[in-house]
Write a protein that binds this ligand. Structure first.
Ligand SMILES: [Ca+2]
Length: 272
């Protein structure tokens, strides 16, 4: 397995340091111009509660603002290529990603796709236009189905990802990909297709544990009951536990979880 040599991952190591001043107030986003390679501020070590935004009741603009201005405020780095992004959500030139866009953007990707926990719900079955064509079902379920809305709004499930790679990932589960294919510059984002369709995505080693823990968390929190269908197969669980061991929780992930806890009020037991 080849580690991404992007300088921004190395920069994350800086985050292991100590507290540096009070947090930015909610509602402001300090500009983080990503070019040239920025000197990332050392993230505060504490998990402040004061000033945290209110818990979004749905995945909406306020949820995105909470991610941007509170959770990721001083480490705006997307996960698939380690690319820093600015307040306008575009990544700079200091990025290993090579794609067709002139100004690549990030999106907030649900690690566990909404289709995974929506598929068996009545609203989803009513409004889905077919696999991969679920935008309508997602928005309808968010209005009509309180349990779906709660799962969809859980900020522990979101991470910043280059939009083009997130599109490639689509609703596919994370899984081991054979070999070390590279399609997007040096980004260690591995995609394998089966029968001509993208089917498996392996995230880069520095975040594979983060992704695995998001699955384990979502399954633990929402996998109960008849209608809460985030149940992992034994193989999936074993793989994610293996990834979680290979990429253990670090200070950045701990701080991220702390800040989400400050918003939502409950901890993520997989990130300690
Ligand atoms: Ca990690």
């Amino acid at each position: 397995m080849v580690r991404v040599a992007a300088p921004s991952f190395a920069a994350l190591a800086l985050l292991a340091g100590a507290c540096a001043g009070p947090p930015a107030p909610f509602g402001t986003l300090e500009a983080q111009p990503p070019e040239p390679a920025p000197a990332w501020p050392v993230a505060p070590a504490g998990c402040e509660v004061e000033g945290a935004p209110p818990r979004p009741s749905a995945y909406d603009a306020r949820a995105v603002a909470a991610l941007m201005t509170w959770v990721y405020r001083d480490f705006p780095v997307e996960d698939y290529c380690g690319c820093p992004f600015g307040a306008d959500q575009t990544v700079g030139k200091d990025c290993a990603y090579v794609g067709e866009e002139t100004a690549p953007v990030i999106r907030w990707e649900p690690v566990v796709p909404p289709s995974r926990f929506g598929l068996y719900r009545r609203c989803w079955q009513q409004w889905s236009l077919g696999p991969g064509d679920d935008a309508l079902a997602r928005s309808k379920c968010a209005v009509e189905d309180e349990e779906f809305r709660a799962m969809e709004a859980d900020l522990y499930n979101y991470h910043p990802a280059l939009a083009a790679l997130s599109e490639r990932r689509a609703d596919n589960p994370f899984a081991q990909v054979q070999g070390e294919p590279r399609e997007f510059g040096e980004c260690d984002f591995e995609s394998q297709s089966v029968m001509g369709k993208s089917a498996r995505i392996e995230p880069p080693p520095p975040v594979m544990g983060d992704m695995a823990r998001a699955y384990l968390y979502m399954a633990a929190k929402y996998g109960k009951g008849r209608d809460w269908k985030i149940k992992l197969s034994r193989e999936q669980r074993q793989l994610y536990e293996k990834w979680s061991e290979a990429d253990p929780v670090d200070d950045r992930e701990r701080l991220r979880a702390c800040r989400i806890q400050a918003i939502q009020g409950w901890e993520n037991p997989y990130v300690k």
